[in-house]
Design a protein around this ligand. Structure first.
Ligand code: NOJ
Length: 471
């Protein structure tokens, strides 16, 4: 179980309106109270924040607005004292254009005299931008402020290995590897072909029109960078962000402990579609599941507030690793974003501050929050702690139950009306994702229900139960 923290939005400790590392440390008991095994911090490195911190200008330091390296060490200690591991975000594909390497070591980037191919950047538009200083064009898989590193250059490989070793020395226990499929590019810069089948995840239309098999995820290029990262990390936990269908995760899992199954996030909220996704993901043996993160609409906004409980039961009863994004445990929904927007790719909505209490700033800051709180009076941690039937209490109960679940996922039933049933060893999970109440045959001892309206025999819409076979 991993809890994802977006550091700028978790807890501010100094009143500047930006969340920081001491703020996270001050909330460690909330995280420990959930019962998770690890936290993953999205980047806290020095950054001009053209891409929310994923544009890093120094991989071995902390942005002064967010803290210091000593505070990373202190947070690691505080987490370890509670039996919680610390996972950091490593961004090996690119740097910020303000990283000193861009001028001091241009050979660490990918250059051309003119755009050599049709590659597109992830947020839309060409993946090549002309550098005014040199007149040459550089490659960027994401924003133009994020030039891609050239992994064919051994100096890049060694520098990134040093980054991993540095943070291990500060107390990190593992890493989430950002955009790891982008390291493997066709060395001859061959055009991407038009896509025959639609890509199953959200992409801008110009990106979706192409099969990104040469600009990224180039099969012969996947192993070498992963081997280098694994060699630096040793036995540390590595989870890959691979924005590809589940069927394509195999080569990454040869080197990583696990990889995110994005299909769960984007599957239609139907029992039959989800059954396919969870069987396929579980088939990997080492899936990482999540329903929200800092890049996409929150689960409650995508599938509706009424389905948040059953969604939590689904997420937390799947085999493998489950990730909770901060705020999902109190049912936070998408916010309006910044005005003007902070993120050019429209992701502010999922990055509003964590809501701890009733006060207008949600207990997040004593100053003016960098993104306004959404609705702290309506949902906050303090209220959820106090209310016996709260979503937060359900999350805690599910995480406790999760520890007892054993065995592979075995699909029992997925019908057109929304009933999804699967087994984990002796436990049976029955989820009603449909619109009408369902009756179930008695299925043994009730281990947990999403609410008092649900029981072993009765499942209203949006409810779920976990039972144990008797006899
Ligand atoms: C994936 C990260 O989650 C996202 O926030 C970022 O924009 C891209 N990778 C590029 O680093």
């Amino acid at each position: 179980m991993v809890y994802q923290i977006y550091p700028r939005s978790f807890q501010d400790s100094d009143g500047d309106g930006i969340g920081d590392l001491p703020g996270i440390a001050s909330r460690i008991d909330h995280i420990a109270g959930l019962g998770v095994d690890a936290i993953w911090l999205s980047p806290f490195y020095p950054s001009p924040f053209a891409d929310g911190g994923y544009d890093v200008s120094d991989f071995m330091d902390v942005d002064p607005r967010l803290g210091t390296v000593a505070e990373v060490r202190a947070l690691a200690e505080a987490a370890h004292a509670r039996g919680i591991a610390l996972l950091l975000d490593v961004v090996p594909c690119h740097t910020s254009i303000e990283h000193p390497w861009f001028r001091e070591h241009p050979d660490r980037y990918v250059w051309a005299d003119s755009p050599p191919n049709n590659w597109r950047a992830a947020f839309g538009g060409p993946a090549w931008t002309r550098d005014a200083a040199t007149g040459c064009w550089y490659l960027h898989s994401f924003f133009p402020e994020q030039p891609d590193l050239d992994w064919r250059n051994p100096a890049v490989v060694e520098a990134m290995q040093d980054v991993i070793r540095f943070w291990l020395e500060q107390g990190a226990d593992g890493f989430r590897l950002d955009a790891i499929d982008r390291l493997a590019k066709h060395p001859d810069m061959v055009d991407d072909a038009p896509r025959a089948e639609p890509f199953p995840f959200p992409e801008p239309p110009d990106v979706a029109a192409l099969d990104r098999r040469h600009s990224s995820h180039w099969p012969p290029g996947i192993a070498a960078p992963l081997r280098a990262l694994r060699s630096a990390a040793g036995g540390a936990f590595l989870v890959g962000e691979v924005y590809r269908p589940t069927a394509e995760l195999g080569p990454y899992l040869e080197h990583l402990d696990t990889a995110f199954v994005f299909e769960l996030m984007f599957a239609p909220w139907r029992a039959d579609a989800l059954a396919t996704v969870i069987e396929r993901g579980a088939g990997l043996g080492r899936a990482s599941w999540m329903l929200s993160n800092h890049d996409f609409s929150r689960v409650g906004s995508r599938i509706g507030e009424g389905a948040m409980r059953v969604a939590a039961m689904l997420l937390l009863t799947l085999p493998g690793t489950a990730f909770i994004y901060q705020g999902d445990e109190i049912g936070m929904l998408d916010g309006p974003g910044g005005d003007p927007p902070e993120d050019r790719a429209g992701r502010d909505r999922a990055r509003h501050p964590m809501q701890w209490s009733h006060d207008p700033a949600g207990g997040f800051t004593s100053g003016a929050a960098w993104l306004p709180p959404v609705d702290p009076a309506a949902r906050n941690v303090a209220d959820h702690e106090a209310a016996p039937g709260s979503l937060l209490r359900l999350y805690k109960a599910l995480i406790e139950l999760r520890r007892t679940l054993r065995g592979d996922l075995e699909l029992v039933e997925a019908d057109r009306d929304g009933l999804l049933v699967y087994r984990r060893g002796e436990a049976t999970v029955a989820l009603n994702l449909g619109l009408r109440e369902r009756r179930l045959a008695p299925a043994g001892e009730l281990l947990l229900a999403t609410g008092p309206d649900a029981g072993p025999g009765r499942l209203p819409p949006g409810a779920g139960v976990v039972t144990r076979r008797s006899g």
